[in-house]
Design a protein around this ligand. Structure first.
Ligand code: FES
Length: 153
């Protein structure tokens, strides 16, 4: 399977790995087909993503996707961030093999789940957006309690 140099760079040197302290939103989803898990935490200031971190238990493409998503959304408004779809991420990575496109859904949907969590916590459930794919979505409290040492970034 051929990966672009950009994918390899983000896989070998992932950006924004880890977890924010006291995040404003947490998104953790599991891919129903492969079982991989991604967790994103965001800090929101004036309706913009000031900071974002990820942890991914998954394939190399999922790690590269997570890293790229965090780079793409930093400083963006929440509306701009939720508008980013899997094709945008795949394109920014210089393309992904067909069989790995679902991995980019995991990235954009983990971000959407974190933003949805923020909307719910701040009393705006009407702003919650649908995810692109079917995932096992965890509520933020559950997300806090699970995963433990299985995660890697
Ligand atoms: Fe599961 Fe890539 S194979 S996210």
């Amino acid at each position: 399977m051929n990966y672009s140099d950009i994918v390899m760079d983000h896989f070998m040197n992932p950006r924004n790995v880890g977890e924010l302290e006291s995040p404003d939103g947490i998104g953790q989803i599991g891919n129903v087909s492969c079982g991989d898990i991604m967790r994103m935490t965001i800090r929101v200031r004036e309706e913009r993503i000031e900071d974002v971190r990820f942890k991914t238990f998954g394939c190399g493409a999922a790690i590269a996707v997570s890293s790229m998503v965090t780079e793409m959304v930093k400083g963006k408004s929440l509306e701009e961030a939720v508008a980013i779809n899997r094709d945008d991420v795949a394109q920014a990575l210089g393309g992904l093999p067909e069989k790995k496109l679902h991995c980019s859904n995991l990235g954009t949907d983990a971000l959407k789940a974190a933003i949805n969590d923020y909307w719910r916590k701040t009393g705006h459930p009407e702003k919650v957006v649908p995810l692109e794919d079917q995932h096992l979505e965890h509520e933020s409290e559950e997300a806090n309690a699970c995963c433990g040492s299985n995660e890697r970034g």
